[in-house]
Design a binder for this molecule. Structure first.
Ligand code: UGA
Length: 537
């Protein structure tokens, strides 16, 4: 019979730790969940009305668990119990060692980026942060018998579980509330199995037991890498076919729909585009490559490396097509980039294809590259763009370069020769996008509750009415160097008026659709020529 968990300490108050801890607390009112981070400002934000990350539904979950507020009936139509005041059981603190020492279980949710130097640079996982936290755990955690360990003490007993997350940016709360599966890897010893059972019990308070999979540690760790790698592989596969479509006259959206109708293949993750971005896919594929190569399985490593190479090929193919269509010269031209985040409904710009595309276009010495993104703080974008000029000529217009970040879409598009649709925000579509359509469906195909669709996206960061720009909780600009944490006014603008945009463009007017989402005949009627990925046009 496993020893029950009464308190959890989650180390790392970022994109994974924050939402995971919040939902664990929401669904287990009798468990005390404390999220710790050494970043004082980040913790202050978690304790304020203005959370440091935006995820649909997250503010509501935090308010309930942290402040003991009534559960909102909209949060989960059939899942949330009757509105009741509850005891706060979610806490945020910088007192890492104390919280670790008081917890029955410690959840480590810190960054594991790709190693950028030394052995395995460019593909191995950088374990620096993880190792630092693990050392803290060894120093401060209680062992299974409840004895506090102050020094690394031989004989102290800990069980190490692997519990990978499957949260996608923009749908993290929903992915936690309705996961496809929870994986818990443990040692196969009686102690290991008992620890896994204790953690399973925490999840079982809201997730059906049939969805909680227990495995050994290696299977669990590999399952995480393979899940992301196979999703990435699927995207590289469809993207490679988009090149064939452009050369043959086939339409990629038609091919995707036709193959997706095969229930063995399924229809998700078949939208071709400029290649996948985000902090996870590339990193995890490369970790898999490194693992295979370090185990002397060169062919396996090579096979998966190709997924990343195809992704880069796809992105470069898009940039080359733009340049070629514009007669291989951009010198007198203004190019407008619509969207900068790596996917819609997020302000996350990590590994966003936009930056690489802009870099390639800059080599052609354009008159102007205008950027507009409805979610990203212009300051965040400017800082990233500025990094391009570290060893070269100025890039940003403020510094004498040609890149300008706009906070108004029409101003960004005005006078442009070509518009590049880089992120598929609903605002950019030239057809009605209804809530209940793609905008309210998670990447795993689950419906978001009504309150979490575009309506709540309106509330993005400053979600308290009347919050002043100089609110001490928010402060302005970026924080922690984390693109998720910007405090831009991200109120979505209503869909763009393409008639107005067309009237203000220079002829010939070009739109390059990097996400296969534009209604081409409609755009053509406005006098705009469209080049789409996976279509010969
Ligand atoms: C991904 C996985 O979907 C999550 O399950 C996983 O937990 C997470 O990584 C992680 O490891 O933390 P995420 O990167 O947030 O989540 O976003 P996705 O929705 O998977 O999109 C990844 C990229 O693929 C985006 O650039 C997106 O635009 C692109 N994509 C996605 C396409 O180009 N076409 C599609 O059909 C779907």
């Amino acid at each position: 019979c496993p020893k029950p968990i009464h308190s959890i300490c989650c180390v790392g108050a970022g994109y994974v730790g924050g939402p995971t801890a919040a939902v664990l607390a929401l669904k287990n009112p009798s468990i005390k969940v404390t999220v710790v981070d050494r970043d004082d400002r980040r913790i202050r934000r978690w304790n304020s009305r203005h959370l440091p990350i935006y995820e649909p539904g997250l503010a509501e979950v935090v308010r309930i668990a942290r402040d003991g507020l009534r559960e909102s009936p909209q949060l989960q139509e059939d899942d949330v119990p009757v509105a009741l005041l509850r005891q706060p059981n979610l806490f945020f603190s910088t007192d890492v060692s104390r919280c670790i020492s008081e917890a029955d279980a410690v959840l480590i949710a810190v960054n594991t980026p790709t190693k950028m130097r030394g052995t395995g640079k460019g593909s191995a996982t950088d374990m620096t942060s993880f190792e630092a936290v693990a050392a803290e755990v060894v120093r401060h955690a209680r062992d299974a018998l409840g004895t506090q360990i102050r020094i690394q003490r031989p004989g102290a007993h800990f069980e190490i579980l692997s519990n990978p997350e499957f949260l996608a940016a923009g749908t993290a709360v929903q992915d936690l509330l309705q996961p496809d599966r929870i994986i818990i890897g443990s040692a196969t010893t009686p102690e290991g199995l008992s620890a896994a059972a204790a953690l399973a019990k925490v999840y079982a308070s809201w997730i059906d037991r049939s969805r909680i999979i227990t495995t050994n540690v290696w299977s669990s760790e590999l399952a995480k890498l393979v899940a992301n790698s196979m999703l990435a592989q699927r995207l590289s596969s469809i993207n490679s076919i988009s090149a064939l479509c452009e050369a043959t006259g086939a339409e990629i959206n038609e091919v995707s729909a036709a193959i997706g109708a095969d229930t063995r293949l399924g229809s998700k993750f078949l939208r071709a585009g400029i290649g996948f971005g985000g902090s996870c896919f590339k990193k995890d594929v490369l970790s898999l490559v490194y693992l295979a190569e370090s185990l002397n399985l060169q062919e396996v490593g090579e096979y998966w490396r190709q997924v990343v190479e195809m992704n880069e090929y796809q992105r470069n193919r898009f940039s080359s097509r733009v340049i070629k269509r514009l007669n291989s010269t951009l010198v007198t031209k203004k190019i407008c980039v619509l969207g900068y985040a790596f996917k819609k409904n997020t302000s996350d710009t990590r590994e966003a294809p936009a930056l690489e595309i802009i870099k390639t276009l800059l080599d052609e010495n354009p008159r102007e590259i205008a950027i507009f993104d409805p979610c990203c703080n212009p300051v965040v974008i400017e800082n990233e763009i500025r990094s391009l000029q570290d060893y070269g000529p100025p890039v940003l217009s403020d510094d004498g370069g040609s890149v300008k970040v706009y906070s108004d879409a029409y101003a960004a598009c005005a006078g442009s020769n070509a518009i590049l649709l880089v992120t598929e925000f609903d605002e950019f579509m030239n057809f009605p996008v209804h809530s209940g359509g793609s905008s309210s469906t998670t990447s795993q195909g689950k419906k978001l509750p009504a309150s979490d669709t575009n309506e709540s996206i309106k509330r993005r960061f400053n979600d308290e009415p009347g919050c002043a720009a100089d609110c001490p909780d928010c402060q302005s600009g970026t924080s922690y160097g984390d693109p998720n944490t910007d405090t831009a006014d991200t109120t979505p603008k209503k869909q763009l008026d393409w008639t107005r945009i067309s009237a203000e463009m220079q002829s010939p007017k070009w739109l390059f659709d990097g996400r296969c989402v534009i209604d081409v005949p409609k755009m053509n009627k406005l006098g705009i020529r469209v080049e789409s990925i996976g279509s010969s046009g």
